[in-house]
Write a new protein. Sequence first.
Lengths: 563, 213
Amino acid sequence: MANGSLANEVSYLEYEGKHKGIMGWLLSVDHKRIGLMYLMGIMIFFFVAMTLGVLMRLEMLTPGETIMKPSTYNSVFTLHGVIMVFLFIIPAIPAVFGNFMLPIQIGAKDVAFPRLNLFSWYLYMAGAILAIVSLFVGGGAADTGWTFYVPYSIRSAQNVTMTTMAAFVLGFSSIVTGLNFVVTIHRLRAPGMTWFRMPLFVWGLYATSWIQVLATPVIGITLALIMLERFMGIGVFDPALGGDPILYQHLFWIYSHPAVYIMILPAMGVVSEILPTFARKDIFGYKQIAISSLGIALIGYLVWGHHMFVSGMSDTSRIVFSLLTFLVAIPTGVKIFNWVATLYKGSIKFSAPLYYVLGFIFIFSIGGLTGLVLGALATDIHVTDTYFVVAHFHYVMFGGMGIMFFATMHYWFPKVFGKMYNEKLAVIACTVIIIGFNLLYFPFFIMGYMGMPRRYYDYLPQFQGWHILSTVGSWILVSGIVFMFGNLLYALLRGPKASMNPWGGTTLEWKVPSPPPLENFDEIPIVTGGPYVHDKSTYIMHPSKEGINANGAVKTVNQEAAL
Amino acid sequence: MTEHSEVLNQGETHAAHVHRDDEGSKMAMWLFLFTELLLFGGLFLLYGAYRFEYADGFKVAAAEMNSFIGAVNTIILLTSSLSVALSIAAMQRNQKKLALAMLWFTILCGIGFLINKYFEWSHEIHNGVYPGGPGLENMSNGEVLYFGLYYVMTGLHGLHVIIGLIFISFIMVFIARDKITSTNFQKLENAGLYWHLVDVIWIFLFPLFYLLH
């Protein structure tokens, strides 16, 4: 602490502040360390939920009871959903890589409220522990599905209260992170970093953060009402007392539909980072991609009703919600076309992150287009609550956000840890993952279309062929994922040192050492151009050494004296 | 402010200032107030839907409320909003004692509000009018929902009053220790904003539960 220059001579991983060892992490307010702490938590819960998923597939291998009882199956799919949605998909990219990269990409030393940032990590861990504890105490793990639909969630004898409490606390953590990011992006951009010079990942985070701030409180109050119903029976959702369960569904989806954009927008942001880097080309349609993120956030707020087409709504509202749902596809399409156009005539360097992105574009297009099947009123009635919905959801969530999380880990691995992974093994793992993924989830579309309902531990014998195919796919997918993590873990321990800019990236994080020093920059850089310019540098990294002031102009003698 | 801004102060000469951003702090407070509005927004949505569905039951139930206590509480909260605003004005003019006195008055108002609320609730609970209570057994669905929402919404609001009081108490400690001064009063202003929000929500709760019948 006494020696100020120390802060920028060692990396954030080696820096020793007031606290040493593990406390140096647990009490650290450094955005990079907090990002890594999130990564630790998120990885653990991802593996827990993935294991639950594999067990579900194993149960579906044969009709009837294979490895678990129906009630166990109900709890398993509920926890798989709750953990994946609230503990992995929502926080993964924003809380890990948003925390780590956002301040660096906008040329700041940290987020606007570093202590609040640490507080949100503790909230996350508290929520996570509640979710895990709810497995073992009370009447057994919640069995309502991750949607907690009433009236069953009020009546269930299982431990629903604690699971909803966990989701409530996690929501609070998510709000705090979102609030922190919005203020950071407004207030801490480096001189010259105008809104349309921000990297597109920052745009994705900005749109996401607004949804986190504006949508999450609604689920907070909704889940609080479920707890109150269970404790006191206030009646607002209980049909026996005149309450309306449909209103619960409205309130739930007012949050949970925008939440799927919380999940996907940061992933889309990373796509827009990786493509220009590996195509050696400026992104095609920067402004359109940036604005479409906000467009998705805005329209996405107004489409929740499409989850309830068969729940009981007037025809007018169904048509309006269906129309709005189709409108969301437009900004999404804008992004996809711009990404493909970025590759056109680029000088493409194939590398693991890019393979993941290409896999993402393929899988996400399938997921997006089948979303339109569900958004159309007539076809939705046929496939509601079937495996078709489950397939669509996994194609956009796992195929979208999950695959991009893997891409992100490879893309920023050298920057975060300062080590390089084995490229060839990474590409093999990526291939196995994408093959396994499609083998696992594509049969769901077919089964769903044929009428296989979701959330049953049993099925008619005619579906068995597809179920076996899907279960085999789950084994392939999991081995790919384990292989991928093995490769990264080996790189972490034994990998060669990474250079400052192994991919030839153009954004600010590639202008600082790998891993970055504690304060990110020796001095706040000055930005003179867009984020994806390859032929010249658009950043002045040491303005004072080069004698340039914050306006980008060369300093005069008077200004120097004034400083 | 943080560990590394201290490092900055001691080590580097060209950026030697503690990171303090009043604008950012105010923006964060406003964002937080949005989240509070949406938290209550879910409940107002439920109120609207059920008032529409059970218009008669809501009218009958609302007639039983004591609008005198409600009106007194409205006056108390509005006055406390004034005093918290005056406290900020006093702080800006460097009148530390006056600012503290105004905050004391605000806290007294808040406590007065809670005492009134306590008597009101205990009167109803005494009559068996509470979720699952005997007083609700012979009531229509609309009345049951009215009282369910009444307890949840005024209860959540009461919780916010308590949080606001704690918030203001911390601010008073900061003022007493000169952490908040005439040039650095954003924390006080944030507490004021929060208290106004508590007030604004009550201004909607009062007519919805006491006057519309």
